[in-house]
Design a protein around this ligand. Structure first.
Ligand code: IMP
Length: 432
């Protein structure tokens, strides 16, 4: 009864879609347990590129069941659009293949408006959220006034809850934020329509997953965002509002605690971040442009959800070791090694200098202010000039690229089992 978990080991956008796509081949159920349509997973299948924000990427495999767990926040509009997009791409979507937790919280246009207005109101201190309503939806959940997917099974009850929510949002928008209010009747009509479409997909997920595990089926939990964006363990307050670490899988799926087979940390060969917050190894200038790309290619470092250019920097092994600890990672999946080709030398952060001390591990839980005071200490490794795109086996990699991977293994104590060397689905090398 194997349960595997795929986690972003950095600030999100590590290429988790690649790892999930690969592991989905040997899984029967792929379940998302955190976040909402702030996530963006790109999967390239032949000539087709799927950009998914909400639906588990594993659903692209015909025999996989996709699950939207209760730890997520669900925007019905995005879900309905993604279902249509996948259907147009020839992928079967029906209630047997897609299960929505009855306990998942719903995002409304009210949450989105609040998110944008509240972040803008922070001025220079703004977090740079994706504007998808994530924070306000999780706030409503914690305040016990949220709307749950199960509510739509009773349309009259749901309409009453939704109206009360929108009235509350309008009060905040107009009174505190001095913004125009929302058209309540319009949203009510729109949401009744979504409710009718989504009703057949709603399930009590926990027992179904428990039963699947007992039957020997493999469940893959697909993390969204990354460890350093975790609400508690991340670079607070520059974080998202959900549990992005492996620990969130159980509560986020309504599953009892049980052994996990693989906790795969997906890590990019360099570091990226969207939005505000500390980033000790951040680069500017030509090197940054080199790593980011121009935006001409879908795999360049521009946000899948917002299109924003990502901040880029050298790989930070202090933070990667932190991610290993807080998730209990037992293997790594390294992405985008090909992007480093052409560099004379490659730097890797192995420690920080803070107030005259050298730190090789974090002695605090990601706190943004403390990380701001950390200066990276780098190890310089030789670069390589060869293109990696054609490599199909580990032995094909130039020695310097192999050394880079081995250096990561030595400094984390984790095996790098898979390396991606191009955007194509099969541009993967296996270490064994
Ligand atoms: P929110 O999740 O929209 O509230 O945004 C909070 C922070 O998390 C911002 O810095 C976002 O840029 C960042 N963030 C949220 N989702 C993702 C993601 O999927 N990838 C990378 N960054 C993300």
């Amino acid at each position: 009864m194997p349960l595997d978990i795929v986690i972003g080991a950095q600030w999100g956008d590590e290429g988790k879609g690649r790892a999930v796509d690969l592991l989905s081949k040997s899984s029967q159920i792929v379940a998302r347990y955190n976040g909402g349509d702030n996530a963006g997973h790109t999967v390239t299948v032949g000539p087709k590129i799927y950009k998914l924000h909400l639906i588990p990427t594993g659903l692209i495999h015909p025999d996989v069941i996709g699950v939207i767990g209760c730890g997520m926040v669900l925007n019905p509009q995005t879900l309905v659009e993604e279902m249509d997009m996948l259907r147009r791409g020839g992928i079967k979507i029906n209630p047997e293949r897609l299960w929505i937790s009855d306990a998942v919280q719903l995002i409304t246009p009210g949450h989105r408006l609040l998110d944008r207005a509240q972040d803008a109101a922070l001025g220079n201190g703004k977090l740079g959220t994706t504007g998808r309503g994530i924070g306000p939806a999780y706030t409503d959940r914690a305040s016990r006034r949220g709307l749950r997917a199960g509510d739509i099974l009773d349309l009259e009850f749901f309409a009453g809850r939704l109206r009360a929510h929108l009235e509350q949002v309008n009060l905040t928008l107009t009174e505190s934020l001095k913004q125009p209010g929302i058209d309540i009747e319009y949203v009510l009509k729109e949401y009744m329509d979504y409710a009718v479409q989504l009703r057949p997909y709603i399930r009590r997920i926990g027992p179904l997953l428990q039963e699947a595990l007992k039957d020997g089926r493999t469940i893959l939990a697909e993390g969204a965002q990354g460890t350093l964006l975790d609400l508690d363990q991340g670079t607070y307050p520059y974080v998202t509002s959900s549990c992005t670490t492996a620990a969130g899988v159980f509560s986020g799926l309504g599953l009892g605690v049980q052994p996990v087979r693989a906790v795969v940390g997906v890590v990019k060969a360099f570091q990226t971040r969207v939005g505000a917050g500390p980033f000790p190894t951040e680069l500017q200038g030509d090197l940054a442009v080199f790593l980011r790309g121009t935006g001409a290619n879908p795999w360049d470092e521009f946000g899948t959800t917002t299109g924003r250019p990502r901040r880029v920097g050298w790989l930070d092994l202090v933070l990667l070791n932190y991610a290993r600890e807080v998730n209990g990672l037992n293997e790594l999946f390294l992405t985008k090694l090909d992007v480093l080709s052409g560099m004379k030398e490659v730097l890797v952060c192995v420690a920080y200098q803070r107030n005259g001390d050298t730190l090789t591990s974090l002695d605090f839980s990601g706190d943004a202010r403390m990380l701001d005071g950390c200066m990276p200490v780098y190890k310089t490794l030789p670069g390589w000039q060869e293109e990696l795109r054609g490599c199909t086996r580990w032995q094909d990699l130039p020695a310097a690229a192999q050394n880079y991977v081995k250096f990561i293994e030595e400094h984390t104590g984790l095996p790098v089992k898979t390396v991606s060397v191009g955007p194509e689905r099969d541009a993967l090398l296996y270490r064994d």
